[in-house]
Design a protein around this ligand. Structure first.
Ligand code: NI
Length: 171
């Protein structure tokens, strides 16, 4: 297994849409394993393929940060097929958006369809925090960062902060 670099805003790749995985081969299994290791190492609660520069549709997440065996999830080609209600995720953050946290409006529950890493189709209903994580990670596969879901003012302030930082790094 290998640790992968996590792309961060404003990397253009983060705005790309992932393509469906059509052939679950050894290369895909290796990417999945590397993503899992990279997520735990960060540490993060979830990681989407787009964040590590791969445009195949894959997400991995573990709501327990690796504390509970069996809570690791790997989904290929996940799609939200139904949403219900509204909630606000408090202090949402993202490995690709450093130094920024914000409340984000999200659906309260979602039903998703996906394949597991063996290619078996599955359908799950997720609520509350689980639903928020799924929406966040599936957004990545559609080229959407959570800063696209906060107020224009907050986003502008963050963009300025990042621009300043890039200038400082160039010095
Ligand atoms: Ni993220």
């Amino acid at each position: 297994m290998a640790l992968l670099d996590i792309l961060s805003y404003p990397d253009k790749f983060l705005t790309k849409k992932a393509k469906p995985v059509t052939n679950i081969d050894g290369a895909i299994q290796k990417t999945i394993d590397d993503m899992i290791e990279t997520m735990y190492n960060a540490p993060g609660i979830g990681l989407a393929s787009i964040q590590i520069g791969c445009d195949k549709s894959i997400i991995v997440y573990d709501l327990s940060y690796g504390e509970n065996e069996g809570s690791l999830q790997v989904f290929l080609n996940p799609k939200i097929i139904e949403t219900c209600g509204e909630t606000v995720s408090e202090n949402e953050g993202c490995l690709s958006v450093p130094d920024f946290r914000s409340d984000v409006k999200r659906s309260a529950s979602v039903i998703i369809e996906a394949l597991d890493r063996e290619g078996k189709p599955l359908k799950i209903e997720a609520k509350e925090y689980h639903a928020i994580v799924l929406q966040h990670e599936i957004d990545h596969l559609n080229g959407i960062l959570f800063i696209n879901r906060v107020s224009a003012l907050k986003r502008e302030l963050y963009k300025r902060h990042i621009k300043k930082q890039i200038k400082q790094d160039d010095k």
